[in-house]
Design a protein around this ligand. Structure first.
Ligand code: NAD
Ligand code: IPM
Ligand code: MN
Length: 375
C-alpha cells in the first residue's frame, strides 16, 4: 500500500488531478498497485483566507508519504512569486528534489504538431540551484541604502552573503544571484550519467550559456566533463539559444539532456509544445533517496480554469511517472498505452482537436485501463 499526498493546488490543478486520480483508481482496480491518498489543502484559497503558504505542519504531514501528486499553483489574485516560491519551490528545496525529470516524447501521429519523426528526449533539469535560489535584493535610495544581506538554505548548505554596493550614481538597482555548488553539480551530473547509462544513451547533452555566464556554467562544464569521462559517456555542449532552435529542427538527435534550473524551465515548455501542448508535458521532482513529487509542467491556467477544458494528459502521465518511481513500471506502461489509445481514437480535449471535457478524458483513459487488463 502506497501512501500518497495529493495536492491539487489552484486553477486547473484541481481539474487535472481529479482526472489523474480517476486513472490511478483504475490502475489500482486491475493491478497489484494499491494506494491511499491524503488530500492536502495547500494553495491560493487557503493563503487568501489564512495567510498560510507551506506550513511546518504541511511539511511534517508530507514527509510521512511515499510520494506527492501535485497539480499546479498560482492565482491572479495573488502577486506573482508568493505562491510559486512559498509553496512549489519551497517543497522542491525542503524535500531536496534535486532532479526535475521532464520527458519530451513524440506522440506522432496523433497530436496537432505532427513532425513525422519519432523523438524521445528526457530533460533532467537541476531543481534546487541556479537562478532559483531566491537570492535577490534591491538597493538604492528608494530601498534604504546600499547594504543587502542574503540568506539561502538548501539541504546541502546554508549561505549567508553580505553585500555592500557603491554605485556611481543615485539610481535604484535590483538583482538576483544564481549559485551553483560543486556538490550540487556533482550529484546532478552523477544522476544524469547513471540515468543515461540505464537508458542506453551513449551521450549526454549539457545545455548552458557558458559563453556569457562563464563562472557558473564553466564550473558546471568541468564537473560534467569529469563525470562523463568516469562513466565513459560522450558529452555534448549546447548553448541554450541554439538548443531552443535544435529542439524544433532536430529533436530526434537528443536523448538525455541535462540543463540548469532556469533554462530547464523554459526549454521544457517548448518541449511540451513539441509533444502537442502544455497539456502533454509531465514531470517528476525527484529526490533519489527521499520524497519525490510528480506534476504536470503546466501551471494553473487561469484563462481556462473552471471550464472543464484543461487537458489532463500531462497530469495523467505524471501519475505514470509516479508509478514507475514507486516500483510499478508495468502499471506505468498501462497508463502510457491507455493515453496513446485515447489519442489514437481522438478522445481528447479541444487543445488536441477533440471534443471531450477534462473529466471525460480522465474517464476514457481509466476505461481503457479497465477494459484492457485484469488483475
Ligand atoms: P500556464 O501553464 O498555466 O498556462 C499557459 C497557457 O497554456 C495558457 O494559455 C493555458 O490555458 C494553457 N494550458 C496550460 N495547461 C493546459 C492544459 N492542461 N490544457 C490546455 N491548455 C493548457 O502558465 P501561465 O499562464 O504562465 O501561468 C499561470 C499561473 O500558473 C501563474 O501563477 C504561474 O506562476 C503558475 N505556474 C505554476 C506552475 C506549477 O505549479 N508547476 C507552472 C507554471 C506556471
Ligand atoms: C514549473 C513552473 C515553476 C518553475 C514556477 C511556477 C515556480 O514554471 O514547474 O515549470 O519555474 O519551476
Ligand atoms: Mn515552468
Amino acid at each position: 500500500m502506497k501512501h500518497l499526498a495529493i495536492i491539487p493546488g489552484d486553477g486547473i490543478g484541481k481539474e487535472v488531478i481529479d482526472a489523474g486520480m480517476e486513472v490511478l483508481d483504475a490502475v489500482a482496480e486491475i493491478s497489484t498497485f494499491d494506494y491511499d491518498g491524503e488530500l492536502f489543502d495547500i494553495g491560493a484559497d487557503r493563503y487568501l483566507s489564512t495567510g498560510e503558504l507551506l506550513t511546518d505542519e504541511d511539511i511534517d504531514g508530507l514527509r510521512k508519504k511515499d510520494a506527492i501528486y501535485f497539480g499546479a499553483i498560482g492565482d491572479p489574485k495573488v502577486r506573482p512569486g508568493i505562491l510559486e516560491q512559498g509553496v512549489l519551490l519551497k517543497m522542491r528545496a525542503v524535500f531536496d528534489q534535486y532532479i526535475n525529470m521532464r520527458p519530451v516524447t513524440s506522440w506522432f501521429p496523433f497530436v496537432p504538431l505532427r513532425r513525422e519523426v519519432p523523438f524521445n528526449m528526457i530533460f533532467l533539469r537541476e531543481n534546487t540551484e541556479d537562478f532559483y535560489m531566491g537570492a535577490g535584493g534591491k538597493f538604492g535610495p528608494s530601498f534604504n541604502g546600499n547594504k543587502v544581506s542574503l540568506k539561502v538554505k538548501r539541504e546541502l548548505y546554508e549561505l549567508e552573503v553580505e553585500m555592500e554596493a557603491d554605485p556611481s550614481n543615485d539610481d535604484d538597482f535590483a538583482f538576483e544571484i544564481g549559485f551553483l555548488s560543486r556538490k550540487g553539480i556533482t550529484r546532478f551530473a552523477d544522476y544524469a550519467c547513471r540515468f543515461a547509462m540505464a537508458r542506453g544513451d551513449d551521450k549526454i547533452t549539457l545545455v548552458d550559456k557558458a559563453n556569457v555566464i562563464t563562472d557558473m556554467y564553466g564550473m558546471q562544464r568541468d564537473i560534467f566533463r569529469e563525470k562523463t569521462d568516469q562513466y565513459g559517456l560522450e558529452l555534448e555542449f549546447m548553448f541554450v539559444d541554439a538548443m531552443a532552435m535544435a529542439m524544433v529542427a532536430r529533436p530526434e538527435t537528443f536523448g538525455t539532456v541535462a540543463v540548469p534550473n532556469l533554462f530547464g524551465d523554459i526549454l521544457t515548455d517548448l518541449g511540451a509544445q513539441l509533444q502537442g501542448g502544455l497539456g502533454m508535458g509531465c514531470s517528476g521532482n525527484i529526490n533519489p533517496e527521499g520524497l519525490s513529487m510528480f506534476e504536470p509542467i503546466h501551471g494553473s491556467a487561469p484563462d481556462i480554469a473552471g471550464r472543464g477544458i484543461a487537458n489532463p494528459m500531462a497530469a495523467i502521465l505524471a501519475a505514470q511517472m509516479l508509478l514507475e518511481d514507486q516500483g510499478y513500471p508495468g502499471e506505468g506502461k498501462l497508463i502510457h498505452k491507455a493515453v496513446s489509445d485515447c489519442l489514437k481514437d481522438n478522445l481528447t480535449t479541444p487543445d488536441l482537436g477533440g471534443k471531450m471535457s477534462t473529466g471525460q478524458v480522465g474517464k476514457a483513459v481509466a476505461e481503457k485501463i479497465r477494459n484492457g487488463n485484469s488483475k
